[in-house]
Design a protein around this ligand. Structure first.
Ligand code: NAD
Ligand code: USQ
Length: 390
């Protein structure tokens, strides 16, 4: 297949680009490297040093003989995006990763929240219009998030729910209760994509992905120049990855509040597998389908306890759990049961969290511990400013 990966310089996008290239798909990456600029702006750094995208694709070519094309454009610029999609030989699939994806970033202040909304909402709308205008048969595979649903007191279905009300029934979009301005952009994207499929007969798969963890894939492991980013800071670092780095550094694990917050999780090796499944088994023309992309459910405290136990027993590392005042506004004890049957029924073979995965992440952090800035670990962004805290 001819596949366009937008956001292919990022954590999920880079691992996906290599994997799909290895599978002999013809890959083009679009990225404007804004994420590298956001890192600089906030003085953040990936735990593992990352090469430029040019160096990465050259190394991939040297090692495998495979070419990955790269295009530097900002997808909020509509005419630049149209030039790419208005080609003779159309893309079979467009995978859209290119968003501001940090909940804390979107909650810093007015400016960060507006930048998140413009980048995510305009980018998504531009993709829909460019597909409508130039490439309506291209299958859109969009990275959404499990956080669109929030934590309702009922099971979370895959995008839609059958409702019976006053003697009538309908299949309606599942109610959304996102927990940050970032997560809100994903809800808006989903509505726009659903609308575009209905109205313009486009085809799309919305992958509501859980929190991603892990580092290694077979392709990333081939060379240090192919290294992926690995965020540990309080803005972009996600919880499981952060805990493994914290334990390696002897830093107490930063559990926000009671730690009963329960979320869906997925190993990055399964992220790329799920995306492959979505590409190879595309939505029909006019179809908008939603897959919940995760393999396991854990509470934050459960994860912290699991990681401490592995660190203690397998690596002889002393580990401490610290309950910090929760900087976010979220339920700390709640019901949570989400469904993920769609991808399993299409053949996903889950890679479950093992002691070995935790050990390898801790060892990765030990290898690069000299790069960690400890000041970037404690949370600094409050959902409510201190004067408004109850
Ligand atoms: P990332 O920040 O590592 O990568 C995003 C990439 O998109 C970056 O390289 C960035 O430069 C690029 N980008 C952003 N805006 C752009 C624009 N306007 N034009 C061109 N390029 C642009 O993020 P990630 O962790 O790889 O996440 C990728 C997607 O997966 C996001 O949509 C995110 O919401 C979703 N997701 C991620 C996770 C996770 O835990 N990492 C979980 C669920 C869903
Ligand atoms: N948390 C802690 N301690 C930490 C970091 C986080 O207790 O040091 C808690 C948070 O309060 C939250 C949970 O862990 O309850 C998850 O937080 P996170 O930062 O790992 O993930 P989140 O903000 O939800 O965002 C991440 C990605 C985002 C993606 C989302 C998937 O950054 O792009 O959309 O995971 S989901 O959570 O399913 O919405």
């Amino acid at each position: 297949m001819k596949i366009l990966i937008i956001g292919g310089d990022g954590y999920c996008g880079w691992a996906t680009a290599l994997y799909l290239s290895k599978k002999n798909h013809q890959i083009t990456i679009i990225d404007n490297f804004i994420r590298r600029q956001w890192d600089e702006e906030h003085q953040l750094n990936s735990l593992v040093p990352i090469s430029s995208l040019e160096q990465r694709v050259q190394q991939w070519k040297d090692l495998t003989g495979k070419t990955i094309h790269i295009i530097n454009i900002d997808i909020t610029n509509y005419s630049s995006l149209c030039q790419i999609l208005n080609c003779e030989d159309k893309f079979d699939t467009l995978i859209h990763f290119a968003q501001q994806r940090s909940a804390p970033f979107s909650m810093i202040d007015h400016d960060h929240s507006i930048r998140t909304h413009i980048n995510n909402t305009v980018g998504n709308l531009n993709i829909l219009w460019a597909l409508h205008d130039y490439s309506p048969e291209t299958h859109l595979v969009k990275l959404g998030t499990m956080g669109e649903y929030g934590t309702p007191n009922i099971d979370i279905e895959e995008g839609f729910i059958q409702i019976e009300y006053k003697g009538r029934s309908d299949r309606l979009p599942f109610p959304k209760q996102p927990g940050s301005f970032y997560h809100l952009t994903k809800v808006s994207d989903s509505d726009q994509i659903n609308f575009a499929c209905k109205t313009w007969n486009l085809r799309a798969t919305d992958l509501n992905q859980g929190v991603v963890y892990g580092y290694e894939t077979d392709e990333i492991n081939l060379s240090e120049i192919l290294a992926n980013r690995f965020d540990y800071d309080h803005i972009f670092g996600t919880v499981l990855n952060r805990f493994c780095i914290q334990v390696a550094l002897g830093h107490p694990l930063t559990v926000y509040g009671q730690g009963g917050q329960t979320r869906s999780f997925i190993d990055i090796r399964d992220t790329i597998q799920c995306i492959e499944i979505a590409c190879e088994k595309p939505a029909q023309q006019g179809e908008y389908r939603v897959f919940n992309q995760f393999t396991q459910i854990f509470s934050v405290l459960q994860l912290a306890q699991m990681i401490c136990k592995v660190a203690n027993e397998s690596l002889n590392i002393r580990c401490q759990i610290q309950h910090l005042n929760n900087p976010r506004k979220e339920k700390e004890i709640h019901y949570y049961n989400s469904i993920n049957t769609n991808l399993l029924s299409l053949g996903l073979q889950p890679t479950l969290l093992t002691d070995q995965t935790i050990i390898s992440l801790i060892q990765l952090a030990q290898k690069y511990q000299h790069r960690v800035n400890l000041q970037l670990i404690p949370p600094q962004i409050q959902w409510k400013s201190p004067e408004h805290q109850k």
